[in-house]
Design a protein around this ligand. Structure first.
Ligand SMILES: Nc1nc2c(ncn2[C@@H]2O[C@H](COP(=O)(O)OP(=O)(O)O)[C@@H](O)[C@H]2O)c(=O)[nH]1
Ligand SMILES: Nc1ncnc2c1ncn2[C@@H]1O[C@H](COP(=O)(O)OP(=O)(O)O)[C@@H](O)[C@H]1O
Length: 199
């Protein structure tokens, strides 16, 4: 029988036996998590991608409710105090969080739910959901990571520098996660993720 999880609680969520599963995709900014996620969703429409909430400004082309829910810092802090996030973190000057209820409902319904989140959030999920499958995406090199972030041409110099500093810290934590996959050739990395998820 499925156990009902506390929805509005700041206490770490107790894991319940459930037919669904949480998948955490993490790794430094610019490594290609978003690109891999999109390709994965195209090939496996049955996966549920959790749209995060953020205080970052939308980039050109980003759509509210599709890429992120874009909200103010005040509203974000209010949602934190209401226990609405499964995890949340500050990254490069902005807040990011995973909506609790939508994700838990999907897991309870038996779906594979993918969270694409940064290191601190990924650690929180590992603690709350020890059976979550966690995947760390590595760049082929730091130089390649920098050129991917620059190639995206959507962040200021300052934002790029912050992301690169943070990337070096994040990469050191790669071994904490269940699986490490290098995103050199995109297709190869995708196949490795598929093998991990669907075995
Ligand atoms: N903890 C946490 N991190 C998130 C969430 N949503 C996105 N992130 C991470 O926040 C970081 C910055 O995201 P973003 O500003 O979109 O930049 P980008 O990933 O470099 O394109 C990335 O590492 C995302 O994976 C979330 O809900 N929680
Ligand atoms: N395997 C790859 N080879 C070359 N470029 C890639 C690869 N994967 C992603 N990219 C490019 O790198 C940049 C950053 O990718 P993105 O998915 O936005 O990263 P993240 O979501 O991890 O920040 C994008 O311009 C993307 O097209």
């Amino acid at each position: 029988m499925m156990q009902v999880l506390p929805i509005h609680s700041d206490a770490p969520t107790k894991e319940s036996p459930s037919p669904g599963r949480l998948i955490v995709l993490t790794g430094p900014s610019g490594v290609g998590k978003g690109t891999l996620m999109q390709a994965l969703l195209k090939r496996h429409p049955e996966l549920y991608y959790s749209v995060s909430v953020t205080t970052r400004s939308p980039r050109p082309g980003e759509i509210n409710g599709e890429n992120y829910y874009f909200i103010s810092r005040t509203k974000f802090e209010q949602l934190v105090s209401q226990g609405e996030f499964l995890e949340w973190a500050e990254f490069a000057g902005n807040y990011y969080g995973t909506p609790r209820e939508a994700v838990l409902n999907q897991v309870r319904s038996g779906n594979l739910v993918v969270l694409e989140i940064e290191l601190k959030g990924a650690r929180q999920i590992r603690t709350s959901f020890p059976s979550a499958l966690s995947i760390f995406i590595l760049p082929p090199s730091l130089n390649e990571l920098e050129s991917r972030i620059r190639g995206r041409a959507q962040d200021s110099e300052e934002a790029i520098a912050r992301r690169l500093r943070r990337a070096q810290e994040e990469i050191q934590a790669a071994d904490e996660f269940d699986v490490q996959i290098v995103n050199d050739d995109l297709e190869t990395a995708l196949k490795a993720i598929e093998a991990t998820l669907f075995g």
